[in-house]
Ligand binder design. Structure first.
Ligand SMILES: Cc1ncc(COP(=O)(O)O)c(C=O)c1O
Length: 375
């Protein structure tokens, strides 16, 4: 570290926190490689949206109105959007908090929980931001056991330390695509020490069939220390606007309110999400397209004798005999951006977002010859 900054203990600690590595943006690949056509299957974005209704609402905000002028601050707590979300979820508005992406809520809860230090239990192969949010807020990470194919909830319970304040759990998980069954979720909600906040991150929940998905929000009445997260970045196709929400007890959310930055979500995002959250038909359409894309990918993967992990989310985790960073580089040269998963402890796995049929065809055309007859 630069000498002027070294010697500051918190900076030295911060320098050891891993950096979040985002999916490579299309413009960057275009600039570096001079390619015309690029297919990005790297960040689990939704290729089917946003809808015309959402775009029209955003355009109306840009055109300007009495309350939503871009020169005015937005509604600080996003009351009107929270009300829409509360209606959709059948909860009081006091049980909804907004974030600049659900990532911001991951950071808010970490800031609240680790004000006086402590630890978080995070299963192996979890979304990178859980560890980063914990460490940048001064918390310590305890990694519980998990494989690429199975989440070990008993090990989460066993890994809890006296100073544990948080448990993060994605349901379904990114990047493994594993979701947990209702009984297992209830077991965790009921047996985790009462003073620990259980964060159940349901960023990909809307891709599950509603009747078959064990929604952690149904357990909010059982545990005041439960925070359920959702995002508008995935099925609602608003990743560029940065907006997500959390559901929790009024007591827990009143604490988050103390660490929430004022005006953390903007006019455009609030307005777009108000329309998106009511559009059940668009969600159903994207869910169907995603199911079709997964089925087609599974067929194609079998032809190449590739192993797939997980069943959930708008992505697949593909295991190969090759080193994922090498395959990633080769695919990049061919204009296809995927995500190598070595940073998640999966050196032979690529995560591929399920895109439109023509995008998936481009992926297979590019990767097929590289696999040399098989995964
Ligand atoms: C499991 C999981 N949680 C949260 C997020 C963050 O979403 P947002 O765009 O709302 O910050 C992601 C993004 O990929 C994710 O995979």
């Amino acid at each position: 570290m630069n000498t002027g900054l070294s010697g500051v203990p918190s900076f030295e600690q911060l320098a050891r926190v891993p950096l979040y590595v985002p999916g490579k943006p299309i413009q960057e690949v275009q600039r570096e490689l001079g390619l015309n056509r690029i297919v990005k299957l790297a960040s689990n974005e939704n290729p089917w949206g946003p809808t015309e209704a959402v775009k029209a609402r955003v355009a109306s905000v840009i055109a300007g109105s009495e309350f939503e002028s871009l020169g005015l601050y937005p509604v600080s707590d996003g009351f009107y959007l929270r009300k829409r979300i509360a209606e959709r979820k059948g909860l009081p508005v006091e049980q909804v908090v907004l974030g600049n992406g659900s990532t911001e809520i991951l950071e808010m809860i970490a800031k609240a929980a680790f004000l006086d230090g402590g630890s978080a239990v995070i299963p192996k192969h979890s979304f990178a931001m859980y560890g980063i949010a914990t460490q940048t807020a001064g918390g310590r990470v305890i990694e519980s056991r998990a494989s690429a194919t199975e989440l070990d909830v008993e090990d989460i319970l066993r890994s809890v330390a006296p100073d544990t304040r948080l448990v993060y759990l994605a349901h379904p998980n990114n990047p493994t695509g594993i979701r947990i069954e209702g009984g297992t979720l209830r077991h965790l909600v009921r047996h985790l020490r009462e003073d620990i906040v259980l964060v159940v991150d349901q960023a990909y929940a809307e891709y599950e069939e509603p009747g078959e998905y064990p929604d952690a929000a149904t357990l909010l009445g059982e545990r005041p220390n439960l925070l359920v997260l959702h995002t508008f970045s995935k099925i609602h196709a608003l990743a560029g606007l940065r907006i997500g929400y959390g559901l929790g007890s009024p007591e827990l959310l009143s604490l988050l309110e103390r660490v929430r930055s004022p005006f953390n979500t903007n006019h455009l995002a609030q307005a777009a999400a108000e329309v998106a959250v009511q559009d059940v038909a668009f969600e159903a359409f994207c869910r169907m397209k995603n199911t079709e894309a997964r089925a087609a990918f599974t067929l194609e993967a079998a032809k190449h004798r590739c192993k797939l992990t997980g069943t959930s989310g708008n992505f697949v985790l593909l295991e190969t005999a090759y080193l994922a960073p090498e395959l990633f580089k080769e695919l990049l040269q061919r204009g296809v951006i995927v995500r190598p998963m070595q940073g998640y402890g999966l050196p032979n796995h690529l995560r591929v977002t399920l895109g439109k049929p023509e995008e998936m065809q481009t992926f297979w055309n590019a990767v097929g010859p590289l696999l040399d007859g098989g995964c």
